[in-house]
Design a protein around this ligand. Structure first.
Ligand SMILES: Cc1cc2nc3c(=O)[nH]c(=O)nc-3n(C[C@H](O)[C@H](O)[C@H](O)COP(=O)(O)O)c2cc1C
Length: 209
């Protein structure tokens, strides 16, 4: 299924990606609710993270933390905290990732941002600003994560319909991590189970000043 925007002008001539890549990453990729019955290898997960981590974050702080839910025990525990409408697909997905942010990213500034590491004590005193930066930048990384999964041939099903405090109590106890998104992953099933919802066009969503 190709969406309208490709017909409004010659999109291909504006892109440096070939049209197959643009389709796989953006135009034809769909949020998935079902997947092929195929395991996801650790190497594929490594590939997804290798691309994800290169997306830009403010001060290079990289606050995203990922828990790959591989065991059936962990899966069952996670599903308990998913909203009713998200339970079946979270049980069915070949792999599930719990995305969290850490608000203690300032403790890693020596590694991530050596030229600004002297700011760590200032951030230590300012939890509000650490939280804001963690939330904003981890959500950006979640977007990179979804596109990285697509680039590695996976179909992603991001969800925020879950009890984050329950997930934190179970999976993030005694850490600085806060869960904010769960992403189902697997090879595409080829099943399109619903119509594409409309996207806002250029003139509705942008202004040229
Ligand atoms: C941050 C985020 C949270 C979402 N939460 C849920 C969810 O809890 N349950 C669900 O079924 N779909 C959820 N979705 C799926 C969206 O409804 C879907 O990505 C959107 O409609 C676009 O679908 P498409 O990629 O097939 O065009 C979520 C998507 C995103 C990006």
């Amino acid at each position: 299924m190709t969406i309208e925007i490709t017909r409004e002008f010659d999109l291909d001539s504006e892109l440096i990606l070939d049209s197959d890549a643009a389709a796989a990453l953006f135009l034809e990729a769909r949020t998935a609710n079902s997947w092929a019955d195929e395991q996801i290898s650790d190497e594929t997960l490594q590939a997804v993270y290798t691309l994800t981590k290169m997306g830009p974050t403010a001060m290079n702080i990289q606050p995203l933390r990922i828990a790959w839910i591989r065991s059936s025990e962990a899966r069952a525990q996670l599903v308990e905290h998913m909203n009713e409408g998200n339970k079946v697909k979270t049980l069915a997905a070949p792999m599930v990732a719990v995305l969290s942010y850490t608000n203690e990213w300032h403790n890693l500034l020596e590694r991530t941002t050596p030229h600004m590491a002297s700011m760590a004590p200032t951030f230590e005193k300012n939890l509000d600003s650490r939280n804001t930066m963690a939330v904003t930048n981890a959500h950006m990384q979640a977007g990179y994560f979804i596109l990285a999964a697509r680039a590695a041939g996976l179909a992603a099903g991001p969800m925020t319909g879950f009890d984050a405090s329950g997930v934190d109590a179970h999976f993030n106890a005694n850490t600085s991590y806060s869960a904010f998104m769960v992403v189902n992953l697997g090879k595409p099933s080829g099943v399109i189970d619903r119509q594409r919802l409309p996207r806002l066009d250029f003139d509705s969503a942008t202004v040229t000043l």
